[in-house]
Ligand binder design. Structure first.
Ligand code: PLP
Length: 310
């Protein structure tokens, strides 16, 4: 017997409901004139709740607030979000009991739009849904990636703040189109590059690479490197948390600038994000990165560090 498809849970932030208002995800809930629907004008966050606990919640709430500031959006305070997130997680786990603790994962999306045309109130809600099976699988199998031109240079974010490059806006059509392009090319994912040849990020993830070297005194030096955060990319909460844990574990850390050659020369490359977590990159543009044994060992080390993050 197959188990029924999990039920998505919605919780709207509503001044009349202190802990949020649960809404039926199988029924229409948004006005057709909502500026999130008509213009993609809004911001969001995606985070993972494991065994009922949202991971890196403060970092996600902080980034939601900073995306909101970039768009001049009035976002409800963090305590209001925290209460509604608890409602969403509890409701999701009540209607979709996990068969085992290892499968007790919920994707929590926080969504804010500029609201209904003519009104001056944002529309805010939380969506709780299952983790996509493909992402869970790619954590294990790794991914093949192609490099794609993002169409702007690495200084565009500073020169043109209205492009909102460091904000997590609802306008993800370009990111999704890049992923579809990659799938048609037989790849799983994308690493964007800038017009001036810098490595940027994935459409839904941050790029990491590692170098492992023996120093003169025979000790092993491990370096974890990510592109410069001010090069028009979204500062990843997963990268930030992993860097802090890796530093405590003795890794050296570095921030770009990176060019494609740095990826090809690395001992391992990963795309890291809050839902799929740490996905090792097997090939870029058809060329193998490092060796399977080293990729596997370094991925296991990073997974262990990441598992300890609240
Ligand atoms: N970069 C982009 C464009 C993203 O959409 C995401 C996540 O969705 C990330 C990076 C990784 O961010 P985080 O680790 O906070 O999930």
């Amino acid at each position: 017997m197959t188990s029924p498809a999990p039920t998505t849970v919605l919780v709207f932030l509503d001044p009349d409901f202190e802990d949020g208002r649960i809404a039926d995800a199988s029924q229409p809930q948004l006005m057709a004139t909502d500026l999130g629907a008509t213009r993609g004008d809004g911001v969001f966050e995606s985070l993972l709740a494991v065994e009922g606990r949202p991971r890196k919640l403060q970092a996600h709430l902080n980034r939601l607030a900073s995306s909101g500031r970039a768009l001049d959006l009035e976002i409800p305070d963090q305590d209001t979000w925290r209460r509604a997130i608890t409602t969403a997680i509890n409701e999701y786990r009540f209607v979709n009991p996990a068969p085992s603790p290892a499968e007790d994962e919920v994707v929590i999306k926080l969504l804010v739009t500029r609201g209904v045309e003519g009104a001056s109130m944002p529309t805010c809600w939380i969506q709780a849904s299952p983790t996509p099976a493909v992402g869970r699988r790619q954590r294990e199998t790794g991914i093949d990636v192609i490099l794609l031109d993002r169409g702007f240079d690495s200084e565009a974010a500073e020169r043109a703040p209205w492009l909102l490059l460091g904000a997590k806006t609802l306008s993800y059509a370009v990111n999704m189109a890049a992923l579809r392009y990659a799938h048609k090319e037989g790849a799983d994912d994308v690493i964007f590059t800038s017009r001036d040849g810098r490595v940027l990020e994935g459409p839904t993830s941050t790029v990491l690479l590692a170098h492992v070297e023996k120093s003169d005194d025979g000790t092993t030096v491990k370096r974890l490197i990510t592109p410069m955060l001010d090069s028009g990319i979204l500062p990843g909460t997963s990268q930030g948390a992993l860097f802090a844990a890796a530093k405590d574990a003795g890794w050296e850390l570095g921030y770009g600038p990176l060019v494609p050659k740095d990826l090809f020369d690395a001992d391992a490359v990963w795309l890291i994000s809050s839902i799929r977590l740490i996905a090792p990159v097997n090939h870029i543009d058809g060329k193998e990165i490092g060796t399977p044994a080293v990729r596997k060992q370094l991925t296991a080390e990073l997974n262990e560090l990441f598992a300890g993050i609240e």
